[in-house]
Structures are given as structure tokens and as C-alpha cells.
Write a protein that binds this ligand. Structure first.
Ligand code: TYD
Ligand code: MG
Length: 446
């Protein structure tokens, strides 16, 4: 049998060992693996024939909803028969909990097989007890061998299948270790044949590496129909389920959950939750309408600017890109004349949410200025806009959704890019104030 060296990060191959992957430039990621036995190259005669496009028969997709609204929504309105879904996330974020809750509900529509390759059946049972669910038609299988799993699937013919996780199962056809690129690829492709062939919707749990990608080759993401990421800060109860790829729906969907002592609860009104602990009249706090997918969510930014007691000032940011903050501080200095040289700067997004939208720039600036000047931003004022290097405020996408959400939560004043005012109707009770520069924003906001 031939051996090749496979990069465990990108899946690139090389005929000989190298210290650095020639494809992704990662160090020490090449591992020797035996190549899979060649499949019969004489393809079976297939009955598929080319068809004229207009003649392709379209049957309406049959979607199954599990009843957890946030979950169904992220999947594009329910689960399509035969879909192959990958759920990635950090360890301990709640993937197993989410899937156990989902299949418990789904099993009312047909039996579900939950393959637990990481935990024992007893551990899963204890979790189910904690969640307060005891679905009759969820079958647990503590198994790591792919062949055994496929046999049980053929016997049981479940309506739903969960593999928790794809990195811990292995096929005897390859002798590389579970979790290696070839194992993950082979196991996933054999499971996919079953999912597609028998129309069984299959959920794969995938681990995330330290740089945030699903471990194993990128090709796992290419193979599946849907890739969902379950994110959140372990120190906070909020979790966001995000579709990053979906062949059966929009990738603009997110679901918000809260981890409670009895499992994950849906949060259908995230803005309200994220603002619920906002201090009254405190300097350094600004509210921005961030867009998560197609959904506007109001979040609170908190800044603390204080005179540094050591030589080099500290810049600590949580939930926001560090470099972006440095840039905004530089713009404040150069273009607005608000200089923060010998100041420690701390910036935090409340609730452990991560924001990576430029639309929150203006909010970051407002929070920094508010803390530095020790002046509170009026409680019912909201601010958004992208800031350029010259201190100019640029228009952002979907201002309509943002202002609507602000009005719904009782804000009465919104500072936004002047460029966004065109064709924008002010919702009742909300006064729109367009600004062209960061300086102008600071004149208006207090
Ligand atoms: P888990 O689903 O095991 O995470 P993953 O499969 O992504 O590794 O969730 C583990 C965490 O969730 C654990 O720290 C405990 C917490 N948790 C709760 O807070 N409440 C609950 O009801 C459950 C089941 C778990
Ligand atoms: Mg788990």
C-alpha cells in the first residue's frame, strides 16, 4: 500500500515528509498516512441522463421542523431530507446539548440514532435527565467504529442520525488514527453516501482547532450541505448558532440561545437580553445596532479609559478586533483632536458577543470618548456607522433594519451616517441624526 504525507490542517499532500506544509505553510502538520484502497475505476453504469433545464421535475422540499425555532431558522426553515449538516464549535460550548435537545424533539416525527463516540451512553442519559427529556424514540449507540455504526444504521433505519463527533470515529479500511485527515474524510464520505442514499438527515459534530476552523481538512466543509458554528464565550451564558454555509437556505441566519441549568433556551428577543444589565447614565457605555446575518441585535459597548500607571499604556479589547480599536484611537487623536496617548484603554462588548462589523466603529468611538470625557451618552441614544481613516463616517448596509430595531426597543435618537439617510424613513418615536464625520458625531451625541 502506498503511503503519503497529509497536512492535518489543510489536507494538502506530499510524497515525502516535509517540516512545513507547502500548501498552507503550517509547520509540523504533515503526518504519514496510508492511501485508501483504490476504488474500482470502472464506474457502474448509471441511469442518469442529461435533461433540459426546464424539464427538470421540481418537487417541493420537504422540511422537518424540530420545534426549536432558532434552530429551525438557522437551517433555513427546517431540515431537508438527506441533508448532511456539520456543527462545529469549541469544546464545552454546548454542541452535544443542542443536538440532544433537537433530536429529542425530532424523534416525535421518527426515530433518531444518536451515536456517541466521545461519551458513554450513561453520560448522555445523565445529560438527558438534566435536560428533562426522555424521548422513547432516541436510540443511543456508544460506538467509534464506522463499520459498526453503518451496520446499526442499516438495521434501525433511523429517520435522523447524529454522529458526535466525526473526529472520534474511524474506519478499519484505513490504519491512520481517528481524527486524522484521511479518517475524517473517509468516514464523512461513507456517512454521506448513506445520508444521501437513504435520505437520512445526518448531523456531524466537528471539533474546532485553536484558530477556529473545524479540525480536519477544509474539504469536510466542502462536502457537507450545511456548516453551522456554535459560538459563545464560555464565561457567558449566551450562545450563537451561525450558518456559514447552507445549500438549503440563507447563510445570513443566526440563532441565539442561553445556556441554563436545564439546557439551552431560545432567546427570541436578544436585544432586550443584551441590554438588560446596562447601567443607567454611566460614562463609557454606548449602544450599537449590530447586524448578525439578517438580524439586527442591539449590544452595549463598554469602554474604560484611564491614565496609565506604567510606561506603556495597555489596550485590552474583548469581543472586538484589537487592531480596529487601535485604528479608531488613532483617528480620534489625529482627526478629532481627542488624544489618548498615556491612557490604558479597555473595550468590552457586553454579553460576550463578538462583533466584526465596521458598522460599530462609530459606537466604539462614542464609548471611548464618553469614558475619556467622563460624560454619559443619553440613555436612549443609539449610534452606528463605519469610520474611515480621515475620520469620515461612511454608510453601512441595512440601516432600515437597524433603526427599526432601535425604535422597537424604545430608543428615541439615532446617530447614523448622513449617507444612510437617503430613502430611509424614520420609525415613529426615533429621531435620525445624520453625521458626516466622527467629529460631528461627538458634537451631537452628548
Ligand atoms: P456540551 O453539550 O457537553 O458541549 P460540547 O458537546 O460542545 O463539548 O455542553 C457542556 C457544557 O454545558 C458544560 O460546561 C455544562 C453546560 N451545561 C449547562 O450549563 N446546562 C445544561 O443543562 C447542560 C446539559 C450543560
Ligand atoms: Mg460533546
Amino acid at each position: 500500500m502506498k503511503t503519503i504525507f497529509v497536512c492535518q490542517q489543510c489536507g494538502g499532500t506530499s510524497p515525502k515528509w516535509l517540516g512545513r506544509c507547502p500548501d498552507c505553510q503550517a509547520w509540523n502538520t504533515l503526518v504519514e498516512e496510508k492511501t485508501a484502497p483504490a476504488r474500482d475505476s470502472r464506474a457502474p453504469t448509471s441511469s442518469s441522463r442529461p435533461q433540459r433545464l426546464p424539464q427538470v421535475a421540481v418537487t417541493k422540499e420537504d422540511r422537518r421542523r424540530c420545534g426549536i425555532g432558532e434552530f429551525d431558522q438557522v437551517l433555513g426553515g427546517g431540515i431537508v431530507a438527506g441533508s448532511f449538516i456539520l456543527i462545529g464549535g469549541d469544546p464545552g460550548i454546548g454542541k452535544s446539548t443542542l443536538l440532544l435537545q433537537a433530536v429529542s424533539r425530532l424523534s416525535e416525527q421518527g426515530s433518531a440514532l444518536y451515536v456517541t463516540a466521545e461519551e458513554s451512553a450513561r453520560q448522555v442519559k445523565l445529560r438527558a435527565d438534566r435536560l428533562g427529556v426522555s424521548p422513547r424514540d432516541v436510540f443511543l449507540l456508544a460506538e467509534t467504529s464506522l463499520e459498526a455504526i453503518l451496520e446499526r444504521v442499516a438495521e434501525l433505519k433511523p429517520a435522523f442520525l447524529v454522529i458526535d463527533s466525526i473526529q472520534t470515529i474511524f474506519t478499519a479500511a484505513l490504519d491512520s488514527a481517528p481524527g486524522s485527515v484521511s479518517q475524517v474524510r473517509e468516514c464523512a464520505s461513507r456517512l454521506m453516501q448513506v445520508a444521501k442514499g437513504d435520505g437520512i438527515p445526518t448531523f456531524l459534530v466537528g471539533h474546532v482547532t485553536k484558530d477556529g476552523a473545524i479540525a480536519g481538512p477544509r474539504m469536510l466543509e466542502h462536502m457537507v450541505d450545511t456548516v453551522l458554528y456554535f459560538e459563545g464565550d464560555p464565561g457567558h451564558p449566551y450562545r450563537i448558532l451561525r450558518a456559514v454555509k447552507n445549500r438549503f437556505g440563507s447563510t445570513n441566519e443566526i440563532g441565539v440561545f442561553q445556556m441554563k441549568d436545564r439546557g439551552l433556551a431560545e432567546v427570541s428577543n436578544p436585544s432586550e437580553l443584551f441590554l438588560s444589565e446596562r447601567p443607567d447614565g454611566a460614562a463609557g457605555s454606548a449602544v450599537v445596532p449590530a447586524l448578525e446575518g439578517s438580524r439586527p441585535i442591539l449590544v452595549e459597548l463598554q469602554a474604560l479609559v484611564s491614565t496609565t500607571s506604567f510606561g506603556t499604556p495597555r489596550r485590552t479589547t474583548m469581543g472586538f478586533d484589537h487592531n480596529r480599536v487601535s485604528l479608531l484611537v488613532a483617528v480620534l487623536d489625529k482627526k478629532v483632536g481627542l488624544s489618548l496617548p498615556a491612557q490604558d484603554i479597555f473595550l468590552n462588548v457586553a454579553g460576550g458577543v463578538r462583533l466584526d462589523e465596521p458598522a460599530v466603529d462609530l459606537g466604539v468611538m462614542a464609548a471611548l470618548a464618553s469614558s475619556h470625557l467622563n460624560r454619559a451618552i443619553p440613555q436612549r441614544t443609539i449610534v452606528f456607522g463605519e469610520v474611515g481613516l480621515a475620520g469620515e463616517v461612511r454608510a453601512v448596509s441595512h440601516p432600515d433594519l437597524r433603526v427599526k430595531e432601535a425604535a422597537r426597543l424604545g430608543f428615541n435618537r439615532c446617530i447614523l451616517p448622513a449617507g444612510n439617510l437617503k430613502n430611509l424613513e424614520a420609525p415613529p418615536g426615533l429621531r435620525l441624526m445624520g453625521v458626516k464625520s466622527a467629529e460631528e458625531m461627538l458634537e451631537d451625541i452628548f
